[in-house]
Write a new protein. Structure first.
Lengths: 428, 216
C-alpha cells in the first residue's frame, strides 16, 4: 500500500515538473500570441460584449477553455447562427440564455482565434495573480494575526510601565508628606498672610475698570457695534442658502461623473435644454451606465454600497441582469430652492442665452459633494442681467424686427399677431 | 498706584482687542464656506409652492410621490407613439420601413451633432469610433484617495473604415435610419434606452448625424 502511494507521488511530481518546464518554454511564444490576441480582441470590438471575470452582454470568458474545446470555439466564432441551426447543444443553450446572438466573425483565422484565447488566458492569470497579491484577500489573515501579536505585546508593555509609574508616585507622595511635616510652622505663617490681604487680584481689577467711565463706555460701544454688524449680516442672509451642502441619500460625486468621466451636464439634466427645470435624472438614466459599472474593483469584488442603493431603488438584480417591480424613489435633497414667487427658466438661459452651467452653479466638475455656489438673491439676478449683452441670434428677435418694420410701414397689426391669442396671456 | 493701574488696564485692553481680532480672523476663515444647514428662514410659506412640485413628497398618493407614472395605455399630449416593439424582428422591420422624416439641412445636422455630443459621445466617442471618455482608463483623486475608475465596455465603431460587424447582422457602418432610431429608443446590448432623454424629433436629428460619422 505504502509502495503504491509513493510511486504515485513520484509520478505526480515528475508530471508536474514536466508541465512547469513546458509552461516555461511556451510562455515566451504565448506572450507574442497574447499581444496579437489583445489587439484583435479590441479591434473586432469583442470587448463591447465580453470581459474576463464579468458577465456583460455576452458570457464571462474566464475559464472558457475549460468549458469548450478549441474547435468548438473556432466554429462558433465563424458562424454562431449556423451552429444554432445545426442543433449543437451548447449553441442552443447559449441562444436560450442570452438576448443577443453573437455576430459572425468569419474573417478571423484559426490562428487569430488561438491568439485571442492566449490573450484571455493571460488576462485570467493576471487577475488571479492580482487577487492573490491583494492583502485584503489572501494575505489578510496573516496580516491581522501580526497586528494581534503587536497589540498583545504593546498591552503588556503598557501594564509594566503603569506599575512602575504607580510605584514611583507612591514614593514621591511619601517624600512630600515628610517635607510638609518638617516645615509646618512656616506654612501656617504664610497662610495667615494671604488671608490678611483679602480681595483677590481679579476683583480689584474689575473695580478699577468700572471706575474708569470712558473705558466702560468704549467697551459697551464696541459690543453694541459688533452685535449690530453680526445681526445686520445675519438678517440680510435670512433665506439665502449660499454654501448649502446637505447630506444626500447616495454619495454621488459630480467630480467623478462630470469631471473625470466628462459626461455632459445635459446627459442627466436634459430638462435644462427643454424646460423650466434642469430636472433630477430618473434612475433609468443612471442605469444606462450602471447596468455594467459596479466599482467592484474597490470593494473586493462586491458591488459598491452606494451603487447598491441605486440597484435597490430600481429593483435591479445584477446577477440575472433583470428588473423587478418593487421600485422606490431615491429621495434626493433639493439644494437650490428658489421661492415660489420667483420664476426662473433653465432653457431660456441655457439654450437661448447660451449661459454655461458653471456660471451659476460654480465648479460643479470639481465638487465631490454639491453645494449651492451662488446666493440666488434678486440682487444677484439683477446684477447679471445689467451686465450681460443679449444674444440676438435667434428667431425671437427676427420676429421682433419684422414687427417693427411692419409698424414703420404703417401696416395693420392686431393683438393676435403679436401673441395675443396665447392661452397663457389670460390663463396662468 | 492708580496711574499704574490705568497703564495696566490700557495694556490689558489692547491685548484683549488684539486677541479678539485674531480670534475673529481665525473663526471666520474656518471651513470652506459650505454648511449642512439651510440657515435662517423667514415666512417660509411665501417660498413653498401652493401646488405640488413634481419632486415633492405627496401624501395624496399611495407611494407618497407627486410624480406619478401615467396610467397604462394613456398618451401625453404631443406624444408620438413608436409603432415598433422591442425585439430583433421589430428592429429589422423598422430598419426596412422607417425613413428619417426630418429635412436634411445644415441646421438640423448641426443640432444632431450637438445632441450626439451630449448624449452619445461619452461612450461612442466624438467621431463614433467607440472611444468615448468612459471607455478609457482614467483616475480620480478625492477624499477617498487616488483610484482608477472602472471602464465601460467600449461600443463597436460605426465608422466605415473600422469594418466592425453588428451583432444583429451586417456592418455597423451600414445601419439604416430605422435601425439606429430603434436602438436609441429601446437600447441594445450594453446600451440602455435613451427614449426618456431624447425626444423623437431629436432622435431623428441624431440619426442624421450618425450617418455622417458612418461615412468616415
Amino acid at each position: 500500500m505504502r509502495n503504491i502511494s509513493s510511486v504515485l507521488g513520484r509520478l505526480a511530481k515528475s508530471i508536474s515538473i514536466s508541465l512547469v518546464l513546458l509552461f516555461a518554454v511556451t510562455t515566451t511564444t504565448q506572450a507574442q500570441d497574447a499581444a496579437n490576441g489583445a489587439a484583435l480582441f479590441k479591434s473586432n470590438a469583442c470587448n463591447s460584449c465580453h470581459a474576463v471575470g464579468k458577465k456583460l452582454t455576452g458570457p464571462d470568458l474566464a475559464g472558457l477553455t475549460e468549458r469548450r474545446d478549441e474547435a468548438w470555439i473556432v466554429k462558433w466564432i465563424h458562424n454562431p447562427q449556423g451552429m444554432i441551426d445545426s442543433g449543437d447543444e451548447q449553441a442552443v443553450a447559449l441562444k436560450a440564455e442570452y438576448a443577443t446572438t453573437m455576430a459572425p466573425y468569419a474573417s478571423l483565422s484559426e490562428g487569430d482565434i488561438k491568439d485571442i484565447i492566449a490573450y484571455l488566458q493571460a488576462e485570467e492569470a493576471k487577475k488571479k495573480e492580482k487577487a492573490a497579491a491583494d492583502p485584503a484577500a489572501a494575505g489578510g489573515s496573516s496580516a491581522s494575526s501580526d497586528a494581534n501579536n503587536l497589540m498583545i505585546i504593546g498591552l503588556i508593555a503598557l501594564f509594566v510601565v503603569a506599575v512602575a509609574v504607580i510605584f514611583a508616585l507612591n514614593r514621591v507622595t511619601k517624600t512630600l508628606e515628610r517635607v510638609i511635616a518638617n516645615n509646618q510652622a512656616s506654612i501656617d505663617a504664610a497662610q495667615a498672610k494671604t488671608d490678611e490681604e483679602g480681595e483677590s487680584g481679579s476683583v480689584k481689577f474689575a473695580k478699577a475698570f468700572l471706575k474708569n467711565k470712558k473705558l466702560v463706555f468704549f467697551v459697551v460701544l464696541m459690543v453694541v457695534g459688533l452685535l449690530g454688524v453680526a445681526g445686520w449680516k445675519t438678517m440680510w442672509n435670512v433665506g439665502v442658502h449660499e454654501g448649502y451642502k446637505p447630506v444626500q441619500p447616495i454619495k454621488f460625486s459630480h467630480q467623478i461623473h462630470a469631471g473625470v468621466n466628462q459626461i455632459e451636464c445635459q446627459y442627466c439634466h436634459g430638462g435644462a435644454f427643454k424646460s423650466k427645470n434642469a430636472s433630477i435624472p430618473s434612475a433609468n438614466v443612471c442605469m444606462n451606465c450602471h447596468n455594467t459599472i459596479t466599482a467592484s474593483d474597490h470593494y473586493d469584488g462586491n458591488i459598491s454600497p452606494e451603487i447598491a442603493k441605486l440597484y435597490r431603488a430600481v429593483d435591479w438584480d445584477p446577477e440575472s441582469r433583470s428588473y423587478g417591480t418593487n421600485t422606490r424613489p431615491i429621495e434626493w435633497v433639493r439644494i437650490h430652492n428658489l421661492p415660489d414667487f420667483a420664476y426662473f427658466n433653465h432653457s431660456q438661459h441655457v439654450v437661448v442665452a447660451g449661459v454655461e452651467c458653471q456660471t451659476c452653479h460654480g465648479p460643479i466638475q470639481d465638487m465631490e459633494e454639491v453645494y449651492q455656489y451662488s446666493p440666488l438673491t434678486m440682487k444677484w439676478c439683477i446684477d447679471c442681467h445689467k451686465e450681460t449683452s443679449v444674444n440676438t441670434d435667434n428667431a425671437y428677435y427676427d420676429q421682433l424686427i419684422e414687427a417693427h418694420d411692419k409698424l414703420k410701414k404703417g401696416e395693420k397689426m392686431t393683438a393676435a399677431m403679436i401673441g395675443g391669442l396665447e392661452c397663457g396671456k389670460c390663463h396662468y | 498706584m492708580k496711574e499704574n493701574m490705568l497703564v495696566m488696564n490700557k495694556k490689558n485692553f489692547l491685548g484683549t482687542v488684539c486677541v479678539a481680532v485674531a480670534l475673529t480672523a481665525v473663526v471666520s476663515s474656518c471651513g470652506d464656506g459650505t454648511t449642512r444647514s439651510a440657515g435662517w428662514e423667514f415666512s417660509r410659506n411665501m417660498y413653498d409652492p401652493i401646488a405640488f412640485n413634481p419632486d415633492q413628497p405627496n401624501k395624496n398618493f399611495k407611494n407618497n410621490s407627486t410624480a406619478q407614472t401615467p396610467p397604462q395605455g394613456s398618451n401625453p399630449i404631443g406624444f408620438e407613439r413608436f409603432e415598433y416593439g422591442n425585439s430583433v424582428e421589430e428592429y429589422e422591420r423598422a430598419g426596412l420601413e422607417l425613413k428619417n422624416p426630418i429635412i436634411a439641412n445644415a441646421e438640423n445636422l448641426k443640432e444632431g451633432e450637438t445632441l450626439f455630443l451630449t448624449y452619445c459621445a461619452v461612450c461612442h466617442g466624438k467621431e463614433g469610433a467607440g472611444d468615448g471618455t468612459i471607455t478609457k482608463d482614467r483616475e480620480v483623486e478625492d477624499s477617498r484617495g487616488k483610484r482608477a475608475l472602472e471602464n465601460f465596455p467600449p461600443p463597436p465603431s460605426f465608422q466605415k473604415s473600422s469594418g466592425t460587424p453588428s451583432s444583429r447582422g451586417g456592418q455597423m457602418s451600414e445601419l439604416t435610419d430605422g435601425k439606429i432610431y430603434h436602438t436609441i429608443t429601446y437600447g441594445y446590448n450594453a446600451m440602455g434606452s435613451h427614449a426618456s432623454q431624447i425626444s423623437p424629433e431629436d432622435r431623428w436629428k441624431v440619426v442624421m448625424f450618425v450617418h455622417e460619422l458612418q461615412k468616415k
